[in-house]
Design a protein around this ligand. Structure first.
Ligand SMILES: *[C@@H]1O[C@H](CO)[C@@H](O)[C@H](O)[C@H]1NC(C)=O
Ligand SMILES: *[C@@H]1O[C@H](CO)[C@@H](O)[C@H](O)[C@H]1NC(C)=O
Ligand SMILES: *[C@@H]1O[C@H](CO)[C@@H](O)[C@H](O)[C@H]1NC(C)=O
Length: 222
């Protein structure tokens, strides 16, 4: 009599054997995932995964934005065990939505869509920002206005050449980059610079400084 675990092993072993030799349609082992490629990356290669099994061995094709990728047409392309490799990826030519399809005599399967995007962060266009004048005790917001980019950004501000700390009066929105100051004090007078970092490329750019001054009229001219 066999022990149950021996039976189990034997069964799965036979399943494996059967799987390899039985004729069947294509099945995905791995489908492509979204890729965010840093434009200034050292590694000049993108891989979009597609791994398929099937018997007979499935034929793999790739689509970019719904159009067949002609692997032979561009020397930058190669397909290695189903996955698409792109050498020297180029934002203009290669950004878009990829899908792989696998076909054998039993049929065709189509993978999920995977976006290839290029992460970048341009420099600020403007050099100067006009002075903001605030009454003491007022709240205020300084706009960051990040330059064109792709990829997630993080924000910080520099106050007179020093990193601006956040406390219960100062807040930097990680949504917009804007700096909020509640109840402006004399010590807040100075130059404010927004620092934008692309978290994918780690590229950092500085905005133009915005000078902040106190307006005294309100308090004394009444
Ligand atoms: C990317 O492709 C475009 C269009 O073919 C071309 O004008 C541009 O020079 C390429 N960029 C690089 C970095 O090769
Ligand atoms: C694919 O479609 C996207 C979205 O419409 C577009 O931005 C991109 O340039 C297209 N890619 C190519 C290579 O045409
Ligand atoms: C703010 O910047 C301007 C121009 O660079 C400079 O003249 C001024 O002294 C700076 N103000 C402070 C408080 O650092």
């Amino acid at each position: 009599m066999r022990l149950p675990w021996e039976l189990l092993i034997l069964q799965s072993f036979m399943l494996c054997l059967a799987d390899d030799s039985t004729l069947h349609g294509p099945i995905f082992i791995q489908e492509p995932s979204p890729v965010m490629f840093p434009l200034d990356s050292e590694e000049k290669k993108v891989k979009l995964n597609c791994e398929v099994k099937g018997n007979p061995k499935p034929h793999i094709r790739w689509k970019l934005n719904g159009t067949d990728v002609d692997i032979g047409m561009d020397f930058r392309y190669s397909v290695v065990e189903g996955s698409l490799l792109i050498n020297n990826p180029n934002k203009t030519q290669d950004a878009g939505t990829y899908q792989c399809t696998a076909t054998n005599s039993f049929g065709t399967i189509v993978s999920r869509e995977a976006k290839l995007q290029f992460a970048y962060l341009d420099n600020f266009k403007t050099r100067t920002r006009s002075t903001v004048s605030v009454r003491r005790g007022q709240g205020m917001v300084l706009l960051c206005g990040p330059p064109p980019h792709s990829g997630e950004l993080s924000y910080a501000w520099i106050f007179n050449e020093y990193p601006s700390y956040q406390d219960n009066r100062r807040f930097v929105s990680q949504e917009t980059g804007n700096l909020y100051i509640a109840k402006v004090e004399k010590s807040d007078v100075g130059n404010y610079t927004c620092v934008v970092t692309n978290t994918v490329t780690n590229h950092k750019v500085l905005g133009p400084p915005t000078p902040l001054i106190l307006r005294n009229d309100g308090e004394f001219s009444k």
